[in-house]
Design a protein around this ligand. Structure first.
Ligand SMILES: [Fe+2]
Ligand SMILES: [Fe+2]
Length: 384
């Protein structure tokens, strides 16, 4: 799936200019494509496998492989156990598995504690998180509901609510990021940008809750964000840079590209105005992440660079994993939803995967943080 060419090229140039020397070649880099679709039956899942890699993976190794698909372009299911040894089949290793539905694909900067993403619960109340006034992000308009069916309105309300809760959590994520920067001696430009980004996320959350409320027909907002009394800050530059690479260089870059794609397909004026602003802001947040990584590597040297390179290498490796095919909504319904900024889960995953391959990895490569050659040397032969 191809991303909007103009936005993609502009974003790559911005990221490279902000984090290091820009090279025209970087814009032309061919990153690895996304993994192929899995053609297996419902409870059989396969990996593409080359004889040169050795025998197929053991059950335990296969489960690990299934779980290392990058969450941004993973499927809507989670493999919870592998029930059989491998059966070689047409250049693939296939296993009987038990799969369960996975949670929705989260995009943007998450608020994570102890490896768990946290968001507030929704509550059916105004809660002080609705956009107000002409400059509140919807261009002074409300979405038009006239041609939507009840089912479409419900889907839009759920989609915008999920996005609003993630934006709401991003406010806390940037607040903690600002503390991380202070604790590790970052320059004022980064600290300032982190605070501005937190305020941007307040705006995105307000827009999301406002749109969700409009489609729902009643106000909805966030309950308190669950967090412990003492929220830890990053232990060192390695931890800071690793999180910035995962959550910002990958998460925010993908978020910017997704918002641009949503905007390109949206027709409702209020929704377009909201997505226009969000795409711009997310692009700045992505720049901040790449700048942060560049600063951290300059300050911390090789250990930091190595940690960041590991993040990109893992993302690149994950793109080679096969992903099960997913059915989207009927074509007419998908278009009606897209006109209001909603893209289905399978489309979002395809776009996220494309964003990794077409923007994130080329930028990492241009900055010397990842090389396609790393892939082959990191993949150990499997043992059955
Ligand atoms: Fe955001
Ligand atoms: Fe953001």
């Amino acid at each position: 799936m191809l991303l909007d060419r103009s936005f993609r090229r502009t974003l790559i140039a911005r990221l490279l200019l902000s984090a290091g020397p820009s090279t025209a070649a970087a814009l032309l880099v061919a990153a690895p494509g996304c993994g192929g679709e899995n053609e297996a039956a419902a409870d059989t899942r396969c990996f593409d496998w080359d004889d040169e890699l050795g025998a197929c993976l053991s059950r335990e190794q296969a489960l690990e492989e299934f779980r290392t698909i990058h969450p941004l372009c993973a499927s809507e299911e989670e493999i919870v156990s592998v029930e059989s040894d491998a059966t070689p089949r047409d250049g693939a290793c296939c296993y009987e598995v038990i799969a369960e539905p996975a949670g929705p694909c989260a995009v943007g900067r998450p608020f994570s504690l102890e490896g768990q993403r946290r968001t507030a619960a929704p509550q059916p109340a105004e809660a002080g998180w609705l956009a107000r006034g002409k400059d509140a992000g919807l261009g002074g308009r409300q979405p038009s509901l006239g041609d939507l069916t009840d089912e479409e309105r419900e889907t839009l309300a759920e989609g915008w609510l999920r996005s609003a809760l993630e934006e709401h959590a991003s406010v806390a994520s940037f607040a903690r990021f600002a503390l991380d920067l202070m604790a590790l001696g970052a320059p004022s430009s980064l600290v300032e940008a982190a605070h501005i980004a937190a305020l941007d996320e307040v705006g995105h959350a307000r827009v999301g809750f406002s749109l969700a409320s409009a489609y729902r027909g009643e106000p909805v907002g966030p309950a308190a964000l669950p967090m412990p009394r003492g929220v830890p800050v990053a232990a060192d530059l390695v931890a800071l840079a690793r999180a910035a690479a995962e959550e910002g260089c990958i998460g925010e870059t993908v978020a910017a590209l997704l918002a641009a794609e949503q905007r390109a397909r949206a027709e409702d004026p209020a929704v377009r105005a909201a997505l226009e602003a969000i795409a711009d802001d997310e692009a700045r947040h992505a720049e901040l992440a790449w700048l942060t990584v560049a600063w951290a590597i300059g300050a911390g040297g090789e250990p930091v660079r190595g940690a960041v390179a590991d993040v990109f290498e893992a993302a690149a490796l994950s793109l080679r994993r096969p992903r099960p095919a997913e059915a989207g909504p009927p074509r007419g319904r998908a278009a009606a939803l897209a006109a209001h900024g909603h893209l289905g889960g399978s489309t979002l995953r395809e776009l996220s995967c494309a964003a990794l391959a077409q923007v994130v990895l080329p930028c990492a490569r241009a900055l010397g943080l990842w090389s396609p050659g790393d892939l082959d040397s990191t993949r150990a032969p499997g043992v059955s």
